[in-house]
Design a protein around this ligand. Structure first.
Ligand code: GAL
Length: 702
């Protein structure tokens, strides 16, 4: 059982030896960031430093216990001191590590101190050159303790492929003599399979001839594997599926699937990487349910297991990779990179959502010596999955299984023949991004071009039979370093803004989904267009037919067959004759979307006469469980038709009372008619109220 140690920490912004012993720091809870930033325009040096965390650890157990302390994520170099003794060093901000405390602790009170180095001068990935993202700092994922009495399961890798017995590689801790082990496979209906085994050594494999349902995008069936040995019960969830990249495309359980995904950083406004479980899961839900994607690339590092668990649960395919950005360092640096491959594969290989390991430093040059090794490590630790490695180079040396290429082409997908041989699997790992940064408040022609670039690329990708799919850059706007971005420390590359509000381009993806969706790529305001000419009058929809009315009069009925795009599913429909001239009434446009003859969606656009604030939280029941909880609150100005008003920059006052508090400032200004805030629990249960101007939202903390 895990005992979470997220509470009770003291934080020392500046490391010194006074952290040990009597020194008193600021009381903080994990996830924690070494600095909080404004929304934009800050100096990244606020994150660069060496800081300290300290906590008392009271142990009741007597002799014979093994104490394992796990840090899920400490950015970026962590030294752990137990009662003053240096017990561990970990040099990666994106993978977990476990410290065996046993030799260093005693019954009663023990002092845990963590020295955290978050300077970009560290000799470890991703550091050494420039990096196009803020790397933040702090103990930003969960910390927990496990007490083991006697033999225990240290690790179990579940290899679960269709039509094969489940093959479990087990590693025991504290193995001294042959012992019995019970294996159970269960689902929501109870135990589905059970077997017992005798363990004759610390490492062995077990076969389970269980007849299980497959895990897939539409039916992400998960099972729980339990291994009981001595007093220890080990549990992991898993799914049965095959994921194969071929020169002809990608196959999940033997069925061809076009991968449609986005790249995701793990950052948030104000707090950087430090967001708890609910927010991690929310991002996976946005990708799957709102953007209707089937895949995500965790660029450029392994991400929270909460995020990954939700991908498992929702049926979202994941391409994950080792940390790094364009740069390869010295021998020490490379050793750390290889260790990162081990940690990534060993820590994430039971997630059925993971379909590909990225074993190269993102966009680095060829380095056959290093990448032969990283590739071999991944294959040795996981013979069930293929490898890739993200590059911008054409025809670079392919040591991995899949040619994963960043295709920054403004006119759509590059012909793959120009990139790699035709007899290897080909996957596009990024497109768009810096080629066309777009703010939610850019003018309509700019936002249109952003949208069109996604359409053109996806149309090309769907048209290229053998291309496995493509990940767009990227899910949401993100903080970056001074060398990149718009000069305000933000890369406006997202299809969502930093608060996960949709920009117009998000509609390209939503239109691929099953929930009725209807939006347009233009506005009714002639004056927002050069020469007052409304251009790019597309309708993004998954409805079968769209009926178009102008100034109250029916004009025409369209189907997708009318689209100029021939490959993308539910292709955008070009509405003709939108242009009419001055006069607001003439420009009032109504679209009705029908599926199977039933009206399922409408969209009306026209001149703005009034607007209201729409305040929508992700959830209003928060939980004080293993740590604090957070809800994301979307604040949107909508006109009388319900459309976002992209040029409303209104200032909004925020305040909280009761069992919640704000993350970030208490006055914010809308950008592109949208903004957001976060509310956070404060360690007690009860009611909390968020006020946004005169709108009150009630939260319950349980
Ligand atoms: C790529 C890089 C990403 C991001 C993107 C912006 O070259 O891999 O991290 O910087 O460009 O388009």
């Amino acid at each position: 059982m895990r005992t979470y140690l997220n509470d009770g920490w003291q934080f020392f912004k500046q490391w010194s030896d006074d952290v040990f012993g009597e020194g008193v720091g600021e009381n903080v809870r994990i996830p924690h960031s070494v600095a909080t930033a404004p929304f934009n325009c800050f100096d990244e040096s606020i994150y660069q430093g060496v800081s300290g965390y300290k906590r008392n650890l009271h142990l009741a157990g007597g002799a014979g216990s093994t104490y394992l302390l796990t840090f899920e994520g400490v950015a970026h170099r962590a030294e752990v001191f137990v009662n003053g003794v240096n017990a561990a060093l970990h040099e990666c901000g994106y993978t977990a590590f476990t410290v065996d405390l046993t030799p260093h602790v005693h019954e009663g009170d023990n002092e845990l101190v963590v020295k955290v180095d978050s300077r970009e001068t560290l000799n470890q990935p991703p550091f050494g050159f420039v990096i196009d993202y803020q790397t933040y700092g702090g103990i930003y994922r969960d910390v927990y303790l496990e007490e083991k009495r006697g033999v225990y399961v240290a690790d179990a890798f579940v290899k679960a492929l269709p039509s094969k017995p489940i093959d479990v590689d087990v590693r025991l801790g504290n193995f001294t003599a042959p012992t019995e082990l019970t294996l159970n496979i269960s689902d929501e209906n109870g135990v589905q399979y059970t077997s017992t085994h005798t363990c004759n050594g610390a490492e062995f494999s077990l076969l389970a001839n269980a007849d299980l349902e497959l895990w897939s995008i539409d039916n992400p069936k998960l099972y729980k594997l339990s291994l009981t040995v001595g007093k220890d019960v080990y549990q992991t969830s898993f799914g049965v599926r095959s994921a194969v990249f071929t020169k002809d495309g990608f196959y999940l359980n033997g069925e061809k699937v076009k991968i449609v995904g986005l790249d995701r950083h793990q950052s948030y406004p104000y707090v950087g990487y430090a967001m708890p479980e609910s927010m991690q899961r929310e991002d996976a839900r946005i990708l799957k349910n709102k953007l209707c994607l089937n895949a995500v690339r965790t660029s450029h590092y392994p991400q929270s297991h909460y995020f990954m668990d939700e991908c498992d649960k929702l049926g979202l395919l994941v391409f994950t990779e080792i940390p790094g950005w364009q740069f390869i360092g010295d021998e020490h640096w490379k050793e750390v990179a290889k260790r990162n491959v081990c940690e990534m594969v060993e820590q994430y290989r039971n997630h059925p959502s993971v379909i590909l390991w990225g074993v190269r430093i993102n966009e680095s040059l060829d380095n056959d010596e290093l990448y032969t090794e990283t590739n071999a490590i991944a294959h040795r630790l996981d013979p069930t999955r293929q490898t890739g490695g993200v590059r911008y180079l054409r025809h670079s040396s392919l040591l991995e299984d899949v040619y994963t290429f960043n295709d920054f082409n403004r006119d759509g997908a590059t012909n793959r023949k120009e990139v790699c041989p035709s007899n290897v699997p080909y996957l596009i790992s990024e497109y768009n991004g810096h080629m066309y940064p777009t703010k939610s408040y850019d003018d309509m022609p700019h936002r249109l071009e952003h949208t069109m670039r996604y359409i053109r690329m996806l149309d090309g990708v769907f048209g290229a039979e053998s291309t496995c799919g493509a990940f767009g850059w990227c899910m949401f706007d993100y903080h970056t370093n001074s060398d990149f971005g718009s000069g305000d420390r933000i890369c406006y590359h997202g299809v969502l803004d930093m608060f996960r509000n949709p920009k117009n381009a998000a509609g390209v993806f939503s239109a691929l989904g099953k929930e009725p969706f209807l939006d347009v790529t233009f506005s009714a305001e002639l004056g927002d267009y050069p020469e007052a000419f409304i251009d790019g009058t597309y309708c993004l929809t998954n409805c079968d037919t769209v009926r178009y009315y102008k100034a109250g009069a029916f004009i025409k009925e369209y189907t997708h067959a009318d689209s100029p795009f021939k490959n993308i599913p539910n292709p955008p429909i070009l509405l003709d004759n939108i242009q009419s001239g001055w006069g607001s009434e003439a420009n009032e446009i109504l679209l009705e979307g029908y599926i199977d003859g039933k009206l399922v969606a409408t969209k009306k656009i026209g001149s703005l006469f009034s607007y209201t604030l729409d305040v929508t939280p992700t959830h209003t029941t928060l939980h004080e469980n293993n740590s604090y909880d957070v809800a994301e609150v979307h604040i949107t100005a909508r006109d009388q038709f319900g459309n976002v008003c992209p040029y409303i920059n209104k200032a909004v006052k925020l305040s909280c009372k009761g069992a919640i508090k704000l993350i970030g400032p208490d006055v914010v200004a809308l950008q592109g008619g949208m903004f957001g805030t976060y509310v956070k629990t404060v360690g007690r249960k009860g009611k909390g109220v968020l006020r946004v101007d005169d709108i009150e939202i009630e939260f319950k903390v349980k």
